[in-house]
Design a protein around this ligand. Sequence first.
Ligand code: NAD
Length: 298
Amino acid sequence: MEIRRVLVVGTGTLGSQIGFQCALHGFETVMYDVDEGALERCEAAHQKIGRAVRADLGTPGEAIAAAHVRLSYTTDLAGAAAEADLVSESVPEDPGLKRKVFAQLGEPCPSRTIFTTNSSTLLLSDMAEASGRPERFLALHFANQIWVNNVAEIMRHPGTDPEVFEQVVRFAREIGMVPIRLEKEQNGYVLNTLLVPLLGAALSLVVNGVASHEDVDRTWMIAMKVPMGPFGTLDLVGLQTAHDITAYWASRSGDEQSRRNAAFLKEHYVDRGRLGVATGEGFYTYPDPAFRRPGFLD
Ligand code: NAD
């Protein structure tokens, strides 16, 4: 089976980016949301993403215009689902909601339709049965600003049909992603399995008074030859999200250091509205953070 038509379910931050990426690479793409207002915001976001893709990648204007033509927007699930070859789900990170959404998709979607989730933290096994087609259910996970951060993590659960897995790997390449294969379920895929402990260790160094956040970043930037350290990265992720993840795992594991890290983020950043790049202030101030200024690494 060839994938030609994509249905994006949930048209917020990531869904809108995924939809544009699919349309840009030649796929007829239907954007579906329960909220009319979200669809209007998605259309506006697509105009902005089109301009960003052009500026960042030098994509010709005709290709951007053709992408807009391949996109449609609807709150009618039955109509949206009828021709879908692949579903990309990006509703909020709530397991109950995701299970409900996949269960609803079962009837209007043809039996050939592949169901993928963009969930950042949930395990497939918790949703596979609800999807009604566990053999055609897997994760296709993107990173924010997908046209430039073009890694797609494709993860299977024990019941995923290997041929469906390979098809989604090929699809990821067709939409301009570098596919990363996860043959087993893993919380956080590859990227967050590496990143979350790194950011936690960086926070511990500062919370325990070992080193300043600037010196932690300097060390990492010089030694690893990267443009940003852990605290620049925390600002980019957003300190509310960083706090929520740290607090959640502290409560699950009972780890005292994680609890102190979460409390530090809350007291000094979240409660003061210093949420990182999004609010213009976090560990650094934006749009001109100190770590990008000449001399920071001297
Ligand atoms: P968001 O809140 O920006 O968008 C969610 C959208 O889903 C909203 O438009 C909402 O109206 C819609 N929605 C809610 N219930 C729905 C339903 N029953 N049917 C259809 N649409 C419904 O969320 P987001 O940041 O785009 O995150 C969505 C998913 O993507 C989450 O699973 C998240 O973990 C994952 N993700 C997010 C990022 C990120 O950086 N934001 C990165 C990778 C993965």
